[in-house]
Design a binder for this molecule. Structure first.
Ligand code: FAD
Length: 435
């Protein structure tokens, strides 16, 4: 069959489908929405951002910023739509989540080579090359098939999403607009806390009731998405060195840095919604209302969405995948996205790009396209498929997993800039050869 199947129209699946279609190959994209939704998905559109609307840094000295630029050069659909729907967020690329998701959906649905089938996939085709991109919340019947296929070491951990508040319910008399160190155009709403307010908040937070989770183990909490109450329990000041860090934020009413600051980030283009930065949580909803209302400015805040906590599935990729994200034991199956153990929206997109390009090449009988480890996109693929990674944990794009420069450099920023230049040079060369 000359059609490639992609399962899951998330960030990875949409990117994979788009790249396959760009190679002139037909795609059947399976998505269980709107009939069935995971606990973290709410909208009917594709490439839904389940938590933060920030795609993180857009600077080249930051590995995820570099990865974005690489994806742009490679013709990424996700990056194109993100750039078109961006909202102000200092040095980060944040998007209007609904506008972004709608734009991706329209592009996918109007592509003549992509057919979307709205159904839950519960088995894997033997006839078609297939890209499995069902995400960290892969529906249970398919998760079971994958476990049967790969053995029980298919893993999971828990992940959380932060609450979103309605802008018109924030008490603007108590907060101030600013970006840290004055970068950007005062994009964040900052809720300043005095020491007394912080202590009262801290005390309420660590004693608040949380949702019980079956087989929940504390050490499985992923550091990058740690619930705020778990962080608080590590120590009185841990939050003040984390998301509540006041450094570089001057309250214009006092002319000084507050004791602690809760930051709210614009969540939609209209600016009517703001999410609480770093406030992923598993507090019960009533407790979220009670405890978060103690934050200055949020006394009467109404919540558009409360924070939630979820299971997060990923396979043991170093054992099962090659650097094209292909299953070694069944070479007509590729995996892409968070389920491969890459961590984050853009990382998921990047793996969708690589898996999609290679699925298309396989169908055409072409050699694999493996990006070198001195690019961010290549380094991720090498990392997740490196059999030496026996204690595999989900991975963000970082300079640490990229090939070093070979020359010692004291200035980290300068080093990263050089590494970024080298990576972009390689990607540009690849793109030029394609033309
Ligand atoms: P998804 O975007 O989840 O897409 C998977 C798609 O597959 C979904 O549309 C789903 O409906 C569909 N699907 C599932 N099973 C089936 C089936 N059997 N048949 C058909 N369709 C199916 N990353 C960040 O960078 N920032 C964050 O703030 C962030 N917060 C997160 C919060 C939570 C609660 C979770 C779970 C993850 C978070 N992540 C975050 C991690 C990760 O970046 C996202 O999960 C990202 O959406 C992963 O992209 P994906 O394409 O792999 O999966």
């Amino acid at each position: 069959d000359e059609v490639i199947h992609v399962i899951g129209a998330g960030l990875a699946g949409c990117e994979a489908a788009w790249q396959i279609a760009r190679q002139g190959i037909k795609v059947r994209l399976f998505e269980m929405k709107p009939h069935k939704k995971t606990p973290a998905h709410h909208s009917d559109t594709y490439a839904e951002l389940v938590c933060s609307n920030s795609l993180r840094s857009d600077r080249l000295e930051n590995a995820v910023g570099l990865l974005k630029e690489e994806l742009r050069l490679l013709g990424s659909l996700i990056m194109h739509c993100a750039d078109k729907t961006r909202v102000p967020a200092g040095g980060a690329l944040a998007v209007d989540r609904h506008g972004f998701s709608r734009m991706v959906t329209e592009a996918i649905e109007s592509h003549p080579l992509i057919e979307v089938i709205h159904e839950e996939v519960t088995s894997l085709s033997h006839d078609n090359i297939t890209v499995v991109a069902t995400g960290p919340l892969t529906s249970e019947p398919l998760a079971q098939i994958i476990r049967q296929m790969l053995g029980m070491e298919s893993l999971f951990f828990f992940d959380a999403a932060a609450p979103i508040v309605r802008a018109d319910t924030i008490n603007m008399d108590r907060v101030f607009r600013a970006s840290r160190y004055g970068r950007g155009d005062a994009d964040y709403i900052n809720c300043p806390m005095t020491q007394e307010e912080y202590l009262a908040f801290y005390d309420a937070l660590i004693h608040a009731e949380t949702v019980e989770l079956k087989d929940f183990e504390d050490d499985r909490i992923f550091e990058g998405c740690m619930p705020i109450e778990s962080m608080a329990k590590r120590g009185l000041d841990t939050m003040r060195f984390g998301p509540l860090k006041p450094v570089g934020l001057i309250d214009p009413r006092t002319g000084r840095e507050p004791w602690a600051v809760v930051q709210l980030r614009q969540d939609n283009a209209a600016g009517s919604l703001y999410n609480m930065v770093g406030f992923q949580t598993r507090l019960k909803w009533g407790e979220q209302k009670r405890v978060f209302s103690m934050i200055p400015g949020l006394e009467n805040a109404e919540f558009e969405r409360y924070g939630v906590m979820h299971r997060n599935t990923f396979i043991h990729s170093p054992k099962h995948l090659d650097a094209a994200y292909r299953l070694k034991s069944r070479p007509n199956i590729f995996f892409a996205g968070q389920i491969t153990g890459v961590e984050g929206y853009i990382e998921s997109t990047a793996s969708g790009m690589v898996a999609g390009l290679n699925a298309a090449r396989q169908l055409k009988g072409l050699k694999d396209l493996i990006f070198p480890a001195c690019t961010a996109i290549g380094a991720l693929a090498h990392y997740v498929s490196n059999p030496a990674n026996t204690h595999f944990q989900p991975m963000n794009a970082t300079f640490g997993i990229m090939e070093p420069l070979g020359t010692r450099m004291r200035d980290k920023k300068e080093k990263y800039r050089k590494m970024a230049e080298r990576a972009l040079g390689m990607i540009q060369e690849y793109v030029r050869l394609q033309e």
